[in-house]
Design a protein around this ligand. Structure first.
Ligand code: NAD
Length: 468
């Protein structure tokens, strides 16, 4: 099986040490990823720093054209990238799976290509002219997770280079193959050194966040790792964007129609088998429609085919790794032990692979780890409530604040309640529907900084005020 390279200064670098990457659906080895050393990282940072000298002065229109060309390369190779993604990540080709992720990667790349940051004139009078310019920062270190590896790589790399920075990216060691292929494609169109790739585990991530040649780290991953990155980057005072975990609440008001919201609730929670930062992870349903909502979700879940992602019939795949698989199993077992009612699912599926079925857990409340912690898997706790103020308090009673949702026919009322939720995004009658022109980010321990849109692009710049 092919051993993939690092990509440094436009060159494919073969290394001595490789690590097998396994298909979570059956344990088969699907490729061998290189394992970089800190010497490789130093070379990658040096290449990015050298490329920055001319890339930062490359014209705006030219950089836009490069980003469009990358989108075209992704489009031309979408099906093969999607297959590689399915093999290493487990998500299905179909449905909201790998092909959907590749469509997202293209959409984000194309929209970001068209964004501009014009010079702002804050004063122009007899006392003088003051212009606010957005300058690139330098070498950006990008550290990505295993849940949406291709799309998140584009979320990091494209705005960074669009704004005039150069990049060293490190994908998760659990899903490095599709990112290596993506960066190969980027290097087919970009000048050498603009986007470099190293691979490896946490040690390389630590070396990136403490590296004096890296000026900013953009990180998507767990809260624990985000805190470590913040600590290790303090010495060099790096700029940081931290997109961390969430435990999103959805609140169903008494006027909602269970049958018509079931599909949206289901996919809000179970997209990518629940392994999505802004998935619905705690569902609060008013007592008056609690059982009908549970019944509608159970009925919808019976249509769902979980299996090997390469089968076109499959719409949900396995958990990506053993640690996540064990975590979901333990959380559900614990909830059952505390007397919660398992409406559907609740036990791992037979056979190879990290398959855990869609699991709906009723009669559960705060104090149960399945509610209080981020499960990051296909198990949704459904909590009964009676009082509107009390449910808002409960929704906010969590250290995270990524997203939230309100489900109601009364949109004005839902907007009023949205303002009371402590989170970076609120959806009404949907959940997790991010888009490339709208800023997305967390509050509280879900991180800081935003991605997407003009605000996201600004995160890859520093301000220079020019007084004349
Ligand atoms: P993780 O934190 O374990 O790993 C993410 C990346 O960090 C990997 O590339 C890993 O190798 C690297 N890393 C590990 N230790 C490091 C260190 N000390 N310094 C620097 N880098 C290090 O996260 P994960 O398990 O891959 O991803 C799942 C988590 O990510 C979930 O909590 C999820 O909610 C979160 N997530 C958040 C968003 C968002 O936008 N907010 C999106 C996707 C995932």
């Amino acid at each position: 099986m092919e051993s993939l390279p690092l990509i440094i200064d436009g060159q494919q670098i073969q290394v001595d040490n490789h690590q097998p990457v396994r298909n979570p659906a059956n344990g088969d080895i699907v490729g061998h990823a290189p394992v970089a050393t800190t010497a490789h990282l130093d070379r990658a940072v040096a290449a990015a720093a050298a490329a920055f000298v001319s890339w930062k002065d490359t014209g705006d229109k030219e950089r836009q054209a490069y980003c469009r060309a990358i989108a075209d390369r992704i489009a031309d190779n979408a099906e093969s990238l999607a297959r590689l993604l399915t093999l290493e990540q487990g998500k299905p080709l179909n449905g909201l799976g790998a092909r959907f992720e590749l469509e997202g990667a293209q959409a984000w790349t194309r929209v970001t290509a068209e964004l501009t940051l014009p010079v702002e004139v804050v004063q122009d009078n007899g006392e003088g002219r003051v212009e606010v310019h957005r300058r690139p920062i330098g070498v950006v270190g990008s550290i990505t997770p295993w849940n949406w590896p291709v799309m998140i790589a584009c979320w990091h790399v494209i705005p960074a280079i669009r704004a005039g920075n150069t990049v060293v990216i490190k994908p998760s060691p659990l899903t490095p193959l599709s990112t290596i292929r993506l960066v190969q494609l980027m290097n087919e169109v970009l000048p050498r050194g603009v986007v470099n790739l190293v691979t490896g585990a946490g040690e390389i991530g630590t070396a990136m966040s403490s590296h004096p040649g890296i000026s900013k780290v953009t990180f998507t991953g767990s809260i624990a790792t985000g805190k470590r990155i913040m600590a290790t980057s303090a010495e060099t005072l790096k700029r940081l964007t931290l997109e961390l975990g969430g435990n999103d609440a959805g609140i169903v008001l008494p006027d909602a129609d269970p049958a018509s919201i079931a599909e949206g609730l289901f996919w809000g929670a179970f997209i990518n088998s629940g392994q999505t930062c802004a998935a619905l992870k705690r569902l609060y349903v008013h007592d008056s429609i609690y059982e009908p909502v549970c019944d509608a979700l159970v009925e919808y879940s019976r249509k769902i085919v979980m299996g090997d992602g390469l089968s076109e019939a499959t719409v949900l795949g396995p958990l990506q790794n053993e640690m996540q698989f064990k975590k979901v199993r333990e959380l559900v077992d614990d909830a059952r032990g505390r007397g919660a009612r398992i409406l559907v699912g609740g036990k791992p599926l037979d056979g190879p692979g990290f398959f855990y079925p869609v699991t709906l857990v009723a009669d559960i409340d705060h104090g149960s780890p399945l509610v209080d912690e981020e499960q990051f898997g296909p198990a949704l706790p459904i909590i009964r409530y009676r009082d509107e103020n009390a449910v808002i308090t409960k929704a906010n009673d969590n250290p995270t604040g990524l997203g939230g949702s309100i489900w109601s026919k009364d949109i004005d009322k839902a907007r009023v309640l949205a303002a009371r939720l402590q989170c970076g995004s609120v959806w009404i009658n949907k959940h997790g529907m991010i888009q490339p022109n709208a800023p997305f980010g967390g509050v509280k321990q879900s991180g800081f900084g935003v991605e997407f849109g003009v605000d996201g692009l600004k995160e890859f710049t520093t301000i220079q005020s020019v007084f004349s």
